[in-house]
Ligand binder design. Sequence first.
Ligand SMILES: Nc1ncnc2c1ncn2[C@@H]1O[C@H](COP(=O)(O)OP(=O)(O)O)[C@@H](O)[C@H]1O
Ligand SMILES: [Mg+2]
Length: 261
Amino acid sequence: MNAMSRIIAIANQKGGVGKTTTAINLAASLAVAEKRVLLVDFDPQSNTTSGIGADKEDETRNIYTCLSGDVPVGECIKDTDLEWLKIIPAHRNLAGAEIELVTQIGREFFLRNILLPLKEEFDYILIDCPPSLGLLTVNALVAAESVMIPIQCEYFALEGVTDLMRTISMIRDSVNPSLELEGVVLTMYDERTNLSQQVTQEIRTYFNERVFETVIPRNVRLGEAPSFGLPVLMYEIKSRGAQSYLKLAKELIDHETKSVG
Ligand SMILES: Nc1ncnc2c1ncn2[C@@H]1O[C@H](COP(=O)(O)OP(=O)(O)O)[C@@H](O)[C@H]1O
Ligand SMILES: [Mg+2]
């Protein structure tokens, strides 16, 4: 049994806070540290899929066809440019699952049933969630052992976070009692503004030690890399964006090692 193995949902129902950027770049950074990583794109917008250079038009082999039971999950796991990083791509058809699942028995457990058997094969399974608290995000939070919350250092940063925390606590009280808060990641930090500093203070006060020390700066390379289908460390390793995600991965690995040992 692999003690380090962990399923982490990257969630925040606000759009544009850095979920996908964190999913891609944290996954790639863990992979270059020779962790076996599976990235699961669980957003119908498929930005993680295209951002890693995978095919978002593959209608037969993606997370939606896994969910529907049409294709075995093994056939939906695809290689990436990084040896240690695999992806299960999303497809826009996944949007339909939100509605189709509602009437199914065990509707909250579909993703868990797909991912649990893969735990032996991977050290980290990262799930990129859509920007809502609907059934897809609930499936991700039920499948996950912990949740990582990216929060953008902007006005109203904490708006909606209480709704997310309430959803997490409802899931803990019902179907996934051991769901942990992996931590909050501060994203798009702009050191030149007082605002970023104020927001950081506010978030650290609210979440205390559950905020990662590593702060992700606003960095143009992070915005550019997905249009080349590359994680930023393959696009410009020296950029502050790439370095910050490598640091975040290290912090996560150390964190796990501590909680295991
Ligand atoms: N640290 C950053 N610096 C610069 N641009 C960023 C950063 N993080 C995200 N972005 C850009 O901001 C937009 C929203 O980020 P994204 O990761 O897609 O958010 P979400 O998945 O939460 O909707 C994207 O265009 C992305 O490239
Ligand atoms: Mg996204």
